[in-house]
Design a protein around this ligand. Structure first.
Ligand code: CMP
Length: 140
């Protein structure tokens, strides 16, 4: 089924100047970018996005990292978009990410891991609405 998923190019990847290379991978895999913006997250916005991790020991470092520089938030649309994006990203820990995945190629650590992608249909729905109003999404 055609799905939508939320993707974030994180501050480490923006800092490495590889926004375009990462977005090109989505397009080459057949996903369409139907919404996109660059934003600098503050603590409240980043903390709310990752609210499900609030009690985890890595939460403070995660919020600190995600507010350390601008991010590029996108909505990707296509057949099986949620799982396809997760395949393209590779494992959360870049040390465990398969060769040729975005995290294997661009990420340094589990904290600075280049990209975020929704992990389920329910997360995708929440995460897309967290960043985009309905009229900011441009399906083609
Ligand atoms: P992301 O997919 O954006 O979702 C939560 C983020 O927390 C994850 O990517 C990692 O960058 C970060 N993180 C740091 N430590 C861990 C951990 N032990 N398990 C899962 N995520 C972690």
């Amino acid at each position: 089924a055609v799905e939508r998923t939320l993707s974030i190019v994180k501050p480490d990847a923006v800092g490495k100047n590889v926004i375009g290379e990462i977005l090109a991978r989505f397009e080459k895999a057949g996903l369409q970018i139907v919404a996109a913006k660059m934003v600098k997250l503050d603590e409240e916005k980043a903390g709310g996005f990752y609210a499900e991790h609030k009690e985890r020991p890595f939460f403070p470092a995660l919020v600190s990292f995600m507010t350390s520089g601008p991010v590029v938030v996108q909505v990707l649309e296509g057949e099986n978009a949620i799982a396809l994006n997760r395949e393209l990203m590779g494992a959360t820990n870049p040390q465990q990410a398969a060769a040729g995945t975005i995290r294997a190629d661009f990420a340094e650590s589990i904290d600075a891991n280049a990209v975020h992608g929704s992990d389920s249909a329910a997360s995708a729905e929440r995460e897309i609405a967290y960043f985009f109003a309905a009229d900011e999404i441009c399906s083609r």
